[in-house]
Write a protein that binds this ligand. Structure first.
Ligand SMILES: [Zn+2]
Length: 215
């Protein structure tokens, strides 16, 4: 069943009860009294009566079933849409995206141009863009962004990468490039990094230096 993200504001909690608090994965349906493991994920399917991953609820009112059914379908649709846009999740709040360690601002409900005040080149503008955001499900986006930035953070911590690298142009440029490429991106191998890419980079830097000397 994997792990479950538990959110207190999930409306599923209005329709079920923890059997053994604070264990949030073993729940009892408030309508039929059925108890099962699997947390709110299964409870949603139980209430939505999807026949997927959980027994159907025999007593849930139709309007509640409709609500959960819609919620699950919306989530699936958003997931499909989001696959190529994983990294544009920070919305218009560029600091939120760039600084993995920064505390979140209390409110992020401003809509529009974004904050382009600080030494912004194109990258900053791209990161703060609100592409397609209005069509996306806020709730899902937050969860997915949380997953993504945790992976990035882990990469930093496990490799002793200094936190200020998060502000580095080449870091942002790399992430932006990945987002454009999409889900089929294959990262460079040890060999590619060590031989062909290094050669190209050395040649590139030499070219720049040559230009500089010619001036
Ligand atoms: Zn039930």
């Amino acid at each position: 069943m994997g792990r479950f993200k538990v959110r207190k504001d999930d409306i599923t909690w209005d329709h079920c009860t923890m059997v053994e608090p604070p264990n949030k994965t073993y729940l009892k349906c408030n309508y039929c009294g059925e108890k099962f493991h699997g947390g709110v994920y299964r409870m949603k399917h139980h209430l939505a009566r999807t026949r997927k991953d959980a027994k159907l609820c025999s007593k849930v009112p139709d309007n509640v079933t409709a609500l959960f059914d819609k919620m699950l379908k919306d989530k699936e649709n958003e997931k499909a849409k989001q696959n190529d846009e994983m990294f544009d999740l920070g919305g218009n709040d560029e600091d939120n995206f760039i600084d993995v360690n920064a505390p979140r601002p209390p409110k992020r409900d401003h809509v529009g141009g974004g904050s382009v005040g600080n030494r912004g080149g194109n990258i900053d503008k791209i990161f703060s863009k609100k592409a397609n955001q209005t069509t996306l499900n806020e709730h899902w986006k937050k969860e997915e962004r949380e997953k993504a930035i945790r992976k990035i953070a882990r990469f930093f911590y496990c490799n002793n990468i200094a936190f200020n690298v998060a502000n580095d142009f080449f870091f942002k440029d790399m992430v932006q490039c990945l987002t454009k490429f999409g889900p089929r991106f294959k990262p460079p191998s040890y060999h590619e990094l060590r031989v062909p890419l290094l050669k190209k980079e050395v040649a590139y830097v030499n070219d720049i230096m040559q230009d500089f000397r010619d001036k």
